[in-house]
Design a protein around this ligand. Structure first.
Ligand code: ADP
Ligand code: GN1
Ligand code: MG
Length: 360
């Protein structure tokens, strides 16, 4: 059942400039409840209620997000390149309501937020934003970060949770998804490759964003250049391959993440090249091994998302926001089609990465 939140009662607890005159649901994130607030003085803010089913320790989330934001604000050249919090009347970065829900308030960053690139240049700029983000956090003290979602991109654990959901069959949906189960299980071993390489230190553990889809970045409204990275809730130690890969999964696909017509879903190799070029330009510290495995990052994170969407479908849609009953299944199928298309174009993806890497 959808929970009723009362953002209007909460906004007065933040030190906004002037009283709130409007407060409306905003954006298309799958996790938090997000509102855009306007005040009598014409100021605009983002008010968010943190999803506590997903983030079981919202205070830890706020500690991470505020520490990373502070770190970035000391290093960027322009203040519009980072997020800015509005303090609550308690002096904290968050306010806790009577129901125990955590709220936070940001200044509204007035940039362009896209669901799909309008031009190659837009996608290139998003790669610059995420690559620069990765590069700026290169020396961030990883041990000070909380693991806000344990084993978030541990694909081996994602498979374990998937098999548990399958065995439990809580929503009685397992029988109808046998073809999807078979496709996923046939790739189980390969899906664990990045986890294994992190364990053996063949891939470096970095401080990464972990949710690098295009609608988590803003472009400057005038110049359309990379502006700022949003949605820092999942910044944790991780692999650059997942950050690269998730941007590809979402932004270099030929159709939206939840496209029901599978014939429309595939990988756009031109956009794959554009993102690779931007990411390698902005993030100079990738190792040879990381660079070589960028296509694998795209494939594994896409498979992981299919596994996560299907797990949630089997569980009865408890994690991701859904707009209709089959939404998670449609999302999972679209991701699997994207994996199949990457497999069909595997040699070309590898060639593109090698060619772009040779330019650096
Ligand atoms: P979720 O975890 O639910 O995806 P996000 O933090 O990504 O939540 O916020 C959802 C959407 O709200 C973003 O995709 C973006 O459109 C918008 N948004 C979030 N923070 C800001 C901000 N500070 N300024 C402008 N827009 C924002
Ligand atoms: C969620 O929060 P949002 O909508 O930016 C999810 C990501 C998924 C994405 C799929 C905390 O991202 O991991 O890749 O949906 N975030 C969390 O669209 O689980
Ligand atoms: Mg988001």
């Amino acid at each position: 059942m959808k929970k009723t939140l009362n953002p209007n009662a909460v906004v007065g607890h933040f030190q906004t400039d002037g009283a709130c005159i409007s407060c409306k649901e905003f954006g298309s994130g799958h996790i938090n409840s997000t509102y855009q607030v306007k005040t009598e003085h014409g100021k605009v803010y983002i008010l968010q209620c943190i999803n506590k089913y997903v983030f079981t320790d919202p205070k830890a989330v706020m500690e991470n997000v505020s520490a990373v934001t502070k770190y970035l604000s000391e290093r960027v050249t322009d203040p519009t390149e980072t997020l800015h919090f509005v303090i609550a009347d308690t002096g904290d970065y968050f306010y806790v309501d009577e129901a125990g829900d955590f709220w936070r308030c940001y200044e509204f960053a007035d940039g362009i937020c896209l669901e799909a690139p309008e031009t190659d240049r837009d996608f290139y700029e998003s790669a610059i934003a995420f690559g620069r983000f990765q590069e700026l956090l290169r020396d961030f003290p990883a041990e000070t970060l909380h693991e806000t979602i344990p084993l978030f991109h541990n694909t081996i654990n994602r498979y374990r949770l998937f098999k548990e959901a399958l065995a439990q069959n809580a929503a009685g949906r397992a029988e109808s998804v046998q073809a999807e189960i078979d496709f996923i299980m046939a790739r189980e071993k390969e899906a664990g490759t990045i986890c294994r390489l992190l364990e053996t230190n063949e891939l470096p553990l970095r401080v990464t964003h972990n949710d690098t889809k295009l609608n988590n970045v803003l472009l400057n409204r005038e110049t359309r250049k990379a502006m700022c990275v949003l949605d820092l809730d999942t910044v944790m130690p991780g692999s650059s391959l997942y950050d690269f890969g998730d941007s590809i999964r979402f932004g270099a696909a030929t159709a939206p993440e939840d496209e029901p017509d599978l014939s429309k879903m595939g990988i756009n190799l031109e956009l794959f090249r554009v993102y690779t070029a931007g990411y390698l330009t902005a993030c100079r510290s990738l190792t040879e091994k990381e660079t070589e495995l960028l296509p694998l990052g795209a494939k594994i994170i896409t498979l992981e998302l299919a596994v996560r969407f299907l797990t949630d479908y089997l569980d009865g849609d408890r994690y991701f926001k859904t707009a209709y009953p089959e939404h998670n299944l449609v999302r999972a199928r679209a991701q699997l089609k994207l994996v199949a298309d990457m497999e069909a174009k595997w040699d070309e993806m590898q060639k593109i990465v090698a060619e772009e890497a040779a330019k650096h």
